[in-house]
Design a protein around this ligand. Structure first.
Ligand SMILES: NC(=O)c1ccc[n+]([C@@H]2O[C@H](COP(=O)([O-])OP(=O)(O)OC[C@H]3O[C@@H](n4cnc5c(N)ncnc54)[C@H](OP(=O)(O)O)[C@@H]3O)[C@@H](O)[C@H]2O)c1
Length: 337
């Protein structure tokens, strides 16, 4: 296992470069299997675990299922030990009678001061701990003034309830705005940004602000120097939910374009040459770029986890990396006249 320091400029700590996502724990993945996955991850040196206060309300759960499984696991271990835990708030159900959805009306609680203060404490209670190492706003909230949200996270930091604040599913300009507002208020800014990111990319016309973009990579790579507070990306759905290797997991519509088909083909070629698996190469590609990126993996069995752990020490040399970076471009490069 490899490790990386995450920081907001004031609070810093080391985490494993693979983060274990617990989204399905207690719903799609039963509690016993979830605990086995957690145990094996930690045994292999993993120290970073990711959950949220709405996992998984859309999978037949009440929304605190994952936090409750983690709470049981922490109690059984007698505490977190070296493990750093991240949770998220703001995207649980505002109206419990209505479903959650990603399109308007979303029914999200949002990031008001009241929600941030209350839901952080509820997460602590369900997890059975007294400090959240990382607390994210789960989805940007454009209805609440950014100054209010930033101040609310600052208050949790001042009270010692949160180590590093983070944000997820946000446009780059909104992230920059929030970090600058934090500096104006004397609050430690978001030090972690969680977005969708994998070896394939959405078609440009799709218009999502939930994915890692070239702009975000550039911004993150430029952080941590010249008075700019550090920033790390945590990448969700880093395996595109298994689509690189499984016919039963088709790519999402926005990803179904010719460039991605070329990229997945090259991913398989490179993996065969390296004696690795395509999933391992896809994770190594995420971890080895210029900007600090921590994939949040979501295995649903110990066997899947075993495969993914093999990525932790896989380093791609410059030639291989360049080939993967330009896989689609090489194929489509115009021939000189
Ligand atoms: N901030 C956000 O809005 C957000 C959104 C989504 C996720 N997340 C976080 O990111 C984590 C990971 O997201 P994700 O579940 O979408 O990630 P993912 O790793 O891309 O997909 C996980 C799925 O891929 C399949 N898989 C995993 N390992 C495999 C392997 N070795 N071989 C074959 N198939 C494999 C499994 O499908 P089967 O179970 O069908 O076998 C698994 O459920 C979540 O747990 C959560 O913590 C955050």
């Amino acid at each position: 296992m490899q490790y990386r320091t995450i920081s907001n400029g004031t609070t810093s700590f080391e985490v494993s470069t693979l983060c274990l996502g617990a989204m399905n724990f207690g719903t799609i993945t039963d509690a016993v299997t979830s605990q086995q996955i957690l145990d094996r991850f930690v045994e292999a040196g993993g120290t970073f675990v990711d959950t949220a206060n709405n996992y998984s309300a859309w999978a037949g759960g009440h929304g605190r299922d994952s936090e409750d499984v983690l709470g049981d696991w922490i109690a059984r271990r007698g505490g977190l030990g070296d493990v750093r835990l991240a949770t998220k708030l703001g995207a649980a159900k505002k109206d419990p009678a209505l479903p959650l959805q990603n399109v308007e009306p979303t029914n999200f609680q949002g990031l008001s001061a009241e929600v941030v203060a209350w839901e952080a404490r509820e997460s602590l209670r369900h997890l059975g701990i007294d400090r959240l190492d990382v607390l994210y706003g789960h989805v940007d909230d454009r209805e609440t003034p950014v100054a209010e949200t930033v101040a609310a996270f600052g208050e949790l930091q001042r009270e010692g309830l949160v180590g590093i604040s983070g944000i997820s599913n946000i446009a780059v300009w909104r992230l920059v705005e929030a970090r600058e507002e934090a500096l104006r208020q004397g609050v430690d800014p978001y030090g972690v940004i969680q977005q969708g990111y994998s070896y394939v990319y959405p078609s440009p016309g799709f218009g999502r602000t939930n994915d890692v973009s070239a702009d975000l990579l550039d911004y993150v790579a430029s952080a941590g120097v010249d008075g700019r507070p550090p920033l790390t990306i945590t990448a969700y759905s880093p395996l595109h939910q298994g689509a690189f290797t499984r016919d039963d997991k088709p790519m999402w519509p926005a990803m179904r374009h010719a460039s991605n088909r070329d990229r997945v083909r090259v991913l398989h070629d490179v993996a065969a040459e390296l004696g690795a698996t395509p999933n391992q190469v896809a994770l190594a590609w995420l971890m080895g770029g210029e900007a600090p990126v921590i994939p949040v993996i979501g295995p649903s069995t110990v066997a899947q986890l075993e495969e993914l752990l093999g990525a932790a020490d896989l380093v791609l040399d410059d030639d291989v990396r360049a080939r993967l970076d330009t896989a689609d471009l090489d194929v489509r490069a115009p021939v000189a006249a």
